[in-house]
Design a protein around this ligand. Structure first.
Ligand code: NAP
Ligand code: MG
Length: 501
């Protein structure tokens, strides 16, 4: 338990008893770092092919660093085209020789086993996720890792019931699937991709992002320890070129990609004219809409959760706030007050609300947009929290007096930066909220059910949350409209991209 220390200037001793001088007392928490004694990391990691870690044919390695300390954690193999070919050949052989032939209920047992081993090793996985990617331990411990296990549990259940999911059809696996994931939810994105692929009878070559390969490599250890037949899941690390080589490989029958819209477009071009299947989960600029009849305190918590959760490194972050004019002053006042209490700092500290920005490049991108917002004439508000002297950190930031035409309102920043606009009518806010190239998610805060249904049917967004934000569940499909991509992951819908019907 951490000890609470009140700031000195706010404490006054009267007759031996402690009294508060002002109601605006700022609480400071003693450090409560999560232990790292229980984790084991190698100095160097090879490529996981055929259930073994092998040296890359490329002979190349790169460093993965801790963005909160800028220290190197481990060396990671960089797969080139020959390595990719080796992994794809392994997946192809495993598909033909074992996985395709294995009865579905036997496949399910392996997937359950992976889920249980993720649970068993959850403390270790959570700490490594926070070290490698910068997210607060509270999130990796309570959200990323449990959800990753739940995805495996959920899809294990589907493995022998596919004919009931698609009745009167004949669901068949596709073969080798290539999966490319980003750095914001490293283990969770791997689970979103691997679990349905296996349940549908496919084999996998997965590439994690360059800056966050470690939990995917830990998952590789789990897969090996589960005795999954060699080659069913191959995890190869590398940079953008490695991903491109997976996309291009002729034996890969399906590409599942989560990442930026820019790279999504490159992939779509690269596979044009082939018969590869494709799902794209891309960027977003999601609207969080507060009506005047909303429970304002809860809505403020929802705004905070929507944009500052995981440093705003969330594709569906509620990064555009729309507040009905009559409650604007109240919402902004409460939002600023709440922002003051957010703790930015060590991702391994259990009190931390906002951890480290994932990489130096990402921090530079955020700073570019902070400068741009000021140049565009918006007014900026940042809480005056102390930032650690080392590592990549950004305080929670609010941009007021913004308009639809501002680039900070239109473009994805992917950091803890919120733009705020007002509206008067339902029609106006629908028009404004939909006026973006993206369509991943939205939030609606109101007391009226009818308003919720009206909004959800008119918002061009894959997910619309009502009186909450950033809630995920394996049973619920997730995906975008417009430049946020196509295809769904999660739920029954998440089986479709991995089957020929
Ligand atoms: P990114 O640059 O597009 O990278 C995503 C993955 O693609 C990484 O593994 C990357 O490798 C790889 N890659 C890069 N160039 C490639 C190429 N030419 N061909 C094939 N693969 C390539 O995205 P990011 O910056 O890592 O992630 C942030 C973006 O992801 C944001 O736009 C966010 O909105 C989006 N995202 C969307 C969802 C969703 O569900 N819609 C979920 C999470 C994130 P390297 O890491 O080595 O560059
Ligand atoms: Mg890292």
């Amino acid at each position: 338990m951490s000890k609470l220390i009140k700031e000195k200037e706010n404490i006054e001793k009267t007759n031996g008893s402690v009294q508060l001088k002002s109601s605006l007392t700022k609480w400071q928490y003693s450090p409560a770092p999560e232990s790292t004694d229980h984790i084991h990391l190698e100095k160097q990691y090879g490529l996981f092919i055929n259930n073994q870690f092998v040296k890359p044919l490329s002979g190349k390695y790169f460093d993965t660093i801790n963005p909160a300390t800028e220290e190197k954690i481990a060396e990671i193999a960089e797969a080139d085209e020959k390595d990719v070919d080796k992994a794809v050949q392994a997946a192809k052989t495993a598909y033909e020789k074992y996985w395709k032939k294995l009865p579905a209920k036997e496949k399910a047992k392996y997937i359950y086993r992976i889920a249980r081993m993720i649970q068993e090793r959850s403390r270790e996985l959570a700490v490594i996720e926070s070290m490698d990617g910068g997210k607060p331990i509270r999130e990796s411990r309570d959200i990323d890792i449990p959800l990753a296990a739940n995805h495996f549990f959920y899809y294990a259940g589907w493995a022998d019931k596919l004919q009931y999911a698609f009745s009167n059809r004949n669901p068949q696996p596709i073969g080798v699937t290539g999966q490319i994931i980003p750095w914001n939810f490293p283990l969770l994105m791997a689970a979103w991709k691997i679990a349905p692929a296996l349940a549908c009878g496919n084999t996998v070559v997965l590439k994690p992002a360059e800056t966050t390969p470690l939990t995917a490599l830990k998952l590789a250890e789990i897969i090996r320890d589960c005795d999954l037949p060699p080659g069913v899941v191959n995890i190869i690390t590398g940079a953008g070129k490695t991903g491109a080589a997976i996309v291009k490989h002729p034996l890969v029958n399906k590409i599942a990609f989560t990442g930026s819209t820019e790279v999504g477009k490159i992939i779509q071009k690269a596979i044009a004219g082939t018969n590869k299947k494709l799902t794209l989960e891309l960027g977003g600029k999601s609207a969080n809409i507060i009506f005047d009849d909303a429970p304002i305190n809860e809505a403020v918590e929802g705004i905070i959760n929507g944009i500052f959760f995981n440093q705003g490194h969330v594709c569906c972050a509620g990064s555009r706030l729309f507040v009905q004019e009559s409650v604007y002053d109240e919402v902004v006042r409460k939002l600023k007050h709440r922002m003051k209490s957010l703790i930015v700092g060590d991702p391994l500290d259990k009190n931390t609300d906002i951890g480290a920005i994932n990489s130096k490049q990402q921090l530079e991108k955020i700073h570019y947009y902070l400068d741009l917002g000021i140049k565009e004439g918006a007014s900026i508000y940042q809480s005056d929290c102390k930032l650690p002297s080392k590592g990549y950190f950004c305080p929670p930031t609010l941009f007021l007096e913004t308009s639809q035409s501002h680039r900070i309102v239109q473009e994805e920043i992917f950091g803890p930066v919120l733009t705020i606009q007002t509206f008067r009518t339902v029609e106006e806010v629908i028009e404004k909220a939909n006026n973006t190239p993206y369509g991943l998610a939205a939030g609606v805060w109101t007391d009226k059910g009818s308003k919720i249904f009206n909004m959800t049917s008119k918002m061009r967004a894959g997910v619309v949350w009502a009186n909450t934000y950033n809630k995920f569940d394996p049973t619920s499909p997730f995906g975008g409209y417009k430049e946020s991509g196509f295809g769904r992951e999660g739920g029954l819908h998440g089986l479709l991209p991995y089957l020929n019907l």
